[in-house]
Design a protein around this ligand. Sequence first.
Ligand SMILES: [Zn+2]
Length: 170
Amino acid sequence: MDKKSNKEKKVGKGKKADKTSLDNTSKETEEKKESLYDYEHLLENAFENMPKIKLSTGERFQIPELDVIIEGNKTIIKNFQSICEKVRRDVNELALYFKKELGAPVTIQETSLLIHKKSKPEVLKKMLESYIQNNVLCAECKRPDTKIVTIQGTKFLLCEACGARRNIRK
Ligand SMILES: [Zn+2]
Protein backbone atom coordinates (compact mmCIF):
# COMPACT_ATOMS: atom_id res chain seq x y z
CA MET A 1 0.00 0.00 0.00
CA ASP A 2 2.86 2.34 0.81
CA LYS A 3 4.25 1.73 -2.61
CA LYS A 4 1.07 3.00 -4.16
CA SER A 5 0.88 6.23 -2.27
CA ASN A 6 4.49 6.96 -3.13
CA LYS A 7 3.68 6.51 -6.75
CA GLU A 8 0.73 8.82 -6.42
CA LYS A 9 2.87 11.52 -4.91
CA LYS A 10 5.43 11.25 -7.63
CA VAL A 11 2.89 11.55 -10.39
CA GLY A 12 1.29 14.47 -8.59
CA LYS A 13 4.55 16.35 -8.38
CA GLY A 14 5.27 15.95 -12.06
CA LYS A 15 1.88 17.32 -12.87
CA LYS A 16 2.23 20.46 -10.85
CA ALA A 17 5.25 21.54 -12.82
CA ASP A 18 3.25 21.35 -16.03
CA LYS A 19 0.16 22.92 -14.58
CA THR A 20 1.63 26.40 -14.28
CA SER A 21 1.79 26.62 -18.04
CA LEU A 22 -1.42 27.19 -19.99
CA ASP A 23 -4.97 26.00 -20.47
CA ASN A 24 -6.07 23.68 -23.24
CA THR A 25 -2.81 22.13 -24.27
CA SER A 26 -1.68 21.52 -20.76
CA LYS A 27 -5.08 20.10 -19.96
CA GLU A 28 -4.59 17.52 -22.64
CA THR A 29 -1.25 16.52 -21.22
CA GLU A 30 -2.92 16.37 -17.89
CA GLU A 31 -5.52 13.94 -19.15
CA LYS A 32 -2.92 11.74 -20.74
CA LYS A 33 -1.06 11.53 -17.49
CA GLU A 34 -4.27 10.79 -15.68
CA SER A 35 -4.98 7.82 -17.88
CA LEU A 36 -1.42 6.61 -17.56
CA TYR A 37 -1.89 6.60 -13.85
CA ASP A 38 -5.24 4.80 -14.09
CA TYR A 39 -3.58 2.23 -16.22
CA GLU A 40 -0.90 1.51 -13.65
CA HIS A 41 -3.55 1.49 -11.03
CA LEU A 42 -5.70 -1.01 -12.90
CA LEU A 43 -2.70 -3.21 -13.36
CA GLU A 44 -1.90 -3.12 -9.67
CA ASN A 45 -5.48 -4.02 -8.86
CA ALA A 46 -5.62 -6.86 -11.31
CA PHE A 47 -2.46 -8.16 -9.81
CA GLU A 48 -3.53 -7.84 -6.22
CA ASN A 49 -6.86 -9.50 -6.80
CA MET A 50 -5.32 -12.64 -8.19
CA PRO A 51 -5.72 -15.75 -6.15
CA LYS A 52 -2.41 -16.94 -4.80
CA ILE A 53 -1.66 -20.50 -5.68
CA LYS A 54 0.90 -22.55 -3.87
CA LEU A 55 2.91 -24.87 -6.04
CA SER A 56 3.70 -28.26 -4.73
CA THR A 57 6.88 -28.93 -6.63
CA GLY A 58 9.48 -27.09 -8.63
CA GLU A 59 9.43 -29.41 -11.60
CA ARG A 60 9.57 -28.02 -15.10
CA PHE A 61 6.41 -27.60 -17.05
CA GLN A 62 5.82 -30.33 -19.59
CA ILE A 63 4.45 -29.23 -22.93
CA PRO A 64 1.30 -31.34 -23.32
CA GLU A 65 1.27 -33.85 -26.17
CA LEU A 66 -1.16 -33.16 -28.98
CA ASP A 67 -3.34 -36.01 -30.13
CA VAL A 68 -3.77 -35.22 -33.82
CA ILE A 69 -5.56 -37.03 -36.60
CA ILE A 70 -5.80 -36.00 -40.22
CA GLU A 71 -8.95 -36.76 -42.17
CA GLY A 72 -8.79 -35.71 -45.80
CA ASN A 73 -8.42 -31.94 -45.78
CA LYS A 74 -9.18 -31.63 -42.13
CA THR A 75 -7.06 -31.94 -39.06
CA ILE A 76 -8.45 -32.73 -35.65
CA ILE A 77 -6.75 -32.09 -32.36
CA LYS A 78 -8.60 -34.69 -30.34
CA ASN A 79 -7.41 -33.69 -26.91
CA PHE A 80 -7.82 -29.97 -27.44
CA GLN A 81 -9.86 -29.33 -24.33
CA SER A 82 -7.44 -31.21 -22.16
CA ILE A 83 -4.54 -29.20 -23.64
CA CYS A 84 -6.37 -25.99 -22.81
CA GLU A 85 -6.95 -27.17 -19.28
CA LYS A 86 -3.29 -28.05 -18.86
CA VAL A 87 -2.14 -24.64 -19.97
CA ARG A 88 -5.06 -23.00 -18.16
CA ARG A 89 -6.29 -21.08 -21.15
CA ASP A 90 -9.76 -20.67 -22.55
CA VAL A 91 -10.59 -22.99 -25.47
CA ASN A 92 -11.74 -20.04 -27.55
CA GLU A 93 -8.52 -18.20 -27.01
CA LEU A 94 -6.35 -21.11 -28.05
CA ALA A 95 -8.64 -21.93 -30.97
CA LEU A 96 -8.27 -18.35 -32.17
CA TYR A 97 -4.52 -18.63 -31.92
CA PHE A 98 -4.45 -21.74 -34.13
CA LYS A 99 -6.83 -20.11 -36.55
CA LYS A 100 -4.54 -17.11 -36.93
CA GLU A 101 -1.34 -19.10 -37.11
CA LEU A 102 -2.69 -21.56 -39.63
CA GLY A 103 -4.72 -19.10 -41.62
CA ALA A 104 -7.56 -21.58 -41.67
CA PRO A 105 -11.00 -21.74 -40.11
CA VAL A 106 -11.33 -23.82 -36.99
CA THR A 107 -14.32 -25.28 -35.17
CA ILE A 108 -14.49 -26.34 -31.56
CA GLN A 109 -16.27 -29.68 -31.43
CA GLU A 110 -16.91 -30.76 -27.90
CA THR A 111 -13.45 -31.65 -26.62
CA SER A 112 -11.72 -31.50 -30.01
CA LEU A 113 -10.58 -28.79 -32.34
CA LEU A 114 -11.38 -29.24 -35.99
CA ILE A 115 -9.03 -27.39 -38.31
CA HIS A 116 -10.29 -26.98 -41.84
CA LYS A 117 -6.92 -27.62 -43.37
CA LYS A 118 -4.40 -30.41 -43.57
CA SER A 119 -1.79 -29.60 -40.94
CA LYS A 120 1.20 -31.64 -39.89
CA PRO A 121 1.22 -32.65 -36.25
CA GLU A 122 4.83 -31.39 -35.95
CA VAL A 123 3.73 -27.97 -37.12
CA LEU A 124 0.89 -27.89 -34.63
CA LYS A 125 3.26 -28.97 -31.91
CA LYS A 126 5.66 -26.12 -32.71
CA MET A 127 2.76 -23.68 -32.63
CA LEU A 128 1.60 -24.92 -29.29
CA GLU A 129 5.13 -24.68 -27.91
CA SER A 130 5.48 -21.16 -29.14
CA TYR A 131 2.11 -20.25 -27.64
CA ILE A 132 3.14 -21.68 -24.31
CA GLN A 133 6.47 -19.86 -24.37
CA ASN A 134 4.90 -16.52 -25.17
CA ASN A 135 1.53 -16.69 -23.48
CA VAL A 136 1.75 -19.16 -20.65
CA LEU A 137 5.16 -19.56 -19.08
CA CYS A 138 6.45 -16.91 -16.75
CA ALA A 139 9.65 -15.35 -18.07
CA GLU A 140 11.10 -15.18 -14.59
CA CYS A 141 10.34 -18.49 -12.93
CA LYS A 142 9.33 -20.50 -16.05
CA ARG A 143 6.21 -21.78 -14.40
CA PRO A 144 2.84 -22.00 -16.10
CA ASP A 145 0.87 -20.55 -13.22
CA THR A 146 -0.01 -17.40 -15.02
CA LYS A 147 -3.03 -15.46 -15.98
CA ILE A 148 -3.66 -13.08 -18.86
CA VAL A 149 -5.32 -9.78 -18.15
CA THR A 150 -6.18 -7.17 -20.72
CA ILE A 151 -5.95 -3.63 -19.50
CA GLN A 152 -6.88 -0.87 -21.89
CA GLY A 153 -6.15 -3.02 -24.88
CA THR A 154 -2.77 -4.30 -23.73
CA LYS A 155 -2.36 -7.88 -22.65
CA PHE A 156 -0.30 -8.74 -19.64
CA LEU A 157 0.88 -12.05 -18.35
CA LEU A 158 0.75 -12.12 -14.59
CA CYS A 159 2.56 -14.87 -12.73
CA GLU A 160 0.79 -16.22 -9.69
CA ALA A 161 3.85 -18.11 -8.55
CA CYS A 162 6.50 -15.40 -8.36
CA GLY A 163 4.57 -12.21 -9.02
CA ALA A 164 6.36 -11.26 -12.23
CA ARG A 165 4.44 -9.57 -14.97
CA ARG A 166 5.18 -8.71 -18.54
CA ASN A 167 3.57 -7.53 -21.72
CA ILE A 168 2.55 -10.20 -24.15
CA ARG A 169 4.07 -9.87 -27.55
CA LYS A 170 1.51 -9.98 -30.28
ZN1 LIG B 1 6.88 -16.43 -12.22
